[in-house]
Design a protein. Structure first.
Length: 331
């Protein structure tokens, strides 16, 4: 019988949005087992968000060399040590990793592991209870796909909170101060015109046209630009308030102080939704029924066809209408 003082490990690869779509698993575990100590092993970009929100107590990057060895067939027993390590040091590290694996009451394995290599290595290292769920979603929304893994722990039909990433008030105040320094006071709408793939992006000129129309109607508008979008010259010359290439925790601070959000199918869109913002998400090649934002206050605008060309044809007025219809969303 699992107890309230248990320790759990979640292994989850992928980008920022992939990790954020797994947040319901953390909420369900914390509700079912108060006092649980959770560790997340995954994308380092998510670490600060999960730790700041208090959803996990520890974080480990899957980029670590020893973690990468989980993918080596029979790696936990037979793999040669890295060149910089002697066999004795390497054996000690392996013993430490095995003790780490054995310290968890259960491990949720959401890594892509078609040949079962990771699962085999974890079992060989002494995992007490290994629960495996492929990251490839066969049907339904992604978050429900991952929640199904919890049935082995006796968790079914968890509640759906309005805020998946509870952000501390001190961080929210820091975000408000940053917006003020950018000249944005009162109700602010955030726009992120990028994503992890250009094919998922609504055209920048349409985002800019949307921003101008909103500004003309008296709305304060903030553009969020990541590394891939930071050099957009047209936006730099537009006079719009812009937050460029900020750490993801800083982006979360700023978003938590905003009232609404518009963006593509992206990690930042999922972040805005997880923080509880009313979100309008514009989808093209991807399917919102599977990858849509996790929020009761979110609306997905779908292009007529699941292509980049069809996405580019979505008119600005459609996004404006979605914002107007849901103006009651303002926090």
């Amino acid at each position: 019988m699992l107890n309230k003082a248990m320790r759990g490990l979640i292994l989850r690869g992928g980008a920022l949005g992939d990790g954020l779509l797994t947040l319901p698993v953390l909420h369900a575990l914390r509700r079912a087992f108060p006092g649980i100590v959770l560790q997340w092993a995954g994308n380092p970009r998510l670490a600060g968000l999960l730790l700041t929100a208090g959803l996990v107590q520890r974080y480990r990057s899957l980029d670590e060399a020893v973690m990468a060895e989980l993918y080596v067939p029979r790696g936990s027993l037979n793999a040669a040590p890295p060149a910089a390590l002697c066999w004795r040091t390497h054996a000690a590290l392996r013993a430490g990793e095995a003790a780490w694996v054995q310290s968890f009451d259960f491990i949720l394995h959401f890594l892509h592991d078609p040949d079962g290599v990771v699962a085999e290595n974890l079992n060989r290292m002494g995992a007490r209870q290994l629960i495996q769920q492929s990251p490839l979603v066969a049907e339904g929304h992604a978050f429900r796909h991952f929640l199904r893994a919890l049935t082995e722990l006796g968790i079914t039909a968890p509640n759906v909170p309005e805020v998946w990433l509870p952000w501390p008030e001190a961080n929210r105040k820091a975000g408000r101060a940053r917006l003020n320094r950018l000249g944005l006071k009162g109700d602010v709408l955030a726009i992120h015109p990028g994503s992890g793939s250009p094919r998922k992006n609504w055209p920048l000129e349409k985002f800019m046209a949307l921003g101008r129309r909103l500004r003309d109607e008296g709305m304060k508008v903030l553009f969020l630009l990541g590394e891939a979008e930071a050099s957009f010259p047209a936006l730099q010359e537009s006079g719009m308030a812009v937050l460029r290439e900020a750490p993801i925790e800083t982006v979360a601070d700023a978003l938590s102080a905003c009232g609404r959000y518009v963006g593509n199918d992206s990690g930042v869109t999922h972040l805005a939704a997880a923080l509880g913002l009313p979100v309008v998400a514009i989808f093209g090649p991807t399917e919102p029924a599977v990858w849509g934002p996790l929020a009761p206050k979110s609306v997905a605008i779908r292009s007529a066809e699941r292509t980049s060309r069809s996405l580019a044809a979505v008119p600005v007025k459609s996004v404006m209408q979605a914002l107007r219809v849901n103006s009651k969303w303002q926090r």
